[in-house]
Design a binder for this molecule. Structure first.
Ligand SMILES: *Cc1c(COP(=O)(O)O)cnc(C)c1O
Length: 234
């Protein structure tokens, strides 16, 4: 059995265990396989092991990989999620080639994605990224700005605002990890109370997915636990 298949099984088991501990339905937690820095062959191996949704951070790398996978395996129906930083002059290929964008962090980016989403495709699924730990180096809207930006995005015609995304500051201890995820859940509830129809909390990575699921994550974004350690030589 391939390593990727084995890792995927272990990650799915971890999701099941975390959902069970939290008394949540495991079907309410979707696994996004983060394939950045890994090649089309790794994506195909994961797809053959039943994985359908893939996350990418770097646009050029992603576009090449998507084309390569499509050419090699036109039979695979994969969903592509953009989860990396977005430059405003690079929104068009994102609007054209992805099904979801998790890393929208300002209204201007959302406006461009809406204008550039091709008419023959369904509305682009969007998560608004929140800087929940308030780190100066992190992108994302501040919690206090979230409602206004979410309302503006939800009015854009070619986007479908699904919810919120966060990358909290890395802390070791599982109990400490839960606090920012709990704040994210509370923030989502606030937006819903204001009338926004949202169903998604994109939070949790290889090191903190258990804490994220305990606090209500509906999508976990998992890279290294599936594909192995990344090398950033490029
Ligand atoms: C790389 C990355 C992940 C996956 O991280 P792992 O620790 O490898 O699971 C998830 N989300 C974002 C935004 C990332 O950049």
């Amino acid at each position: 059995m391939s390593v990727i298949r084995q890792n995927l099984q272990a990650v799915r088991q971890r999701i099941t265990d975390a959902a069970n501990s939290a008394r949540r339905d495991v079907h309410g937690v979707e696994l996004l396989a983060v394939s950045k820095t890994f090649g089309a062959d790794a994506v195909i191996a994961a797809a053959e092991a039943g994985q359908g949704a893939f996350g990418e951070n770097y646009l050029q790398e992603a576009l090449e990989k998507i084309a390569e996978v499509k050419a090699a395996r036109p039979d695979l129906q994969l969903e592509w999620h953009f989860i990396g930083p977005i430059q405003s002059n690079k929104t068009r290929p994102i609007a054209e080639h992805f099904d979801w964008v998790h890393s929208v962090d300002r209204e201007k980016i959302a406006q461009r994605l809406s204008e550039q989403r091709p008419a023959h495709l369904p509305p682009l699924n969007i998560c608004l990224q929140v800087n929940i730990s308030g780190e100066a180096s992190k992108s994302g809207v501040l919690p206090s700005e979230t409602l206004a930006v979410a309302q503006a995005i939800s009015a854009l015609p070619r986007l479908y605002l699904r919810g919120l995304m966060a990358i909290p500051e890395a802390v070791g201890d599982a109990e400490q990890q839960r606090a920012p995820f709990r704040q994210m859940h509370a923030l989502l509830d606030q937006l819903r109370a204001e009338g926004l129809k949202l169903d998604t909390l994109s939070m949790g990575m290889s090191g903190d997915m258990d804490a994220a699921i305990a606090e209500g994550a509906t999508i976990v974004r998992i890279g290294s636990a599936i594909f192995g350690t990344r090398e950033y030589a490029k």
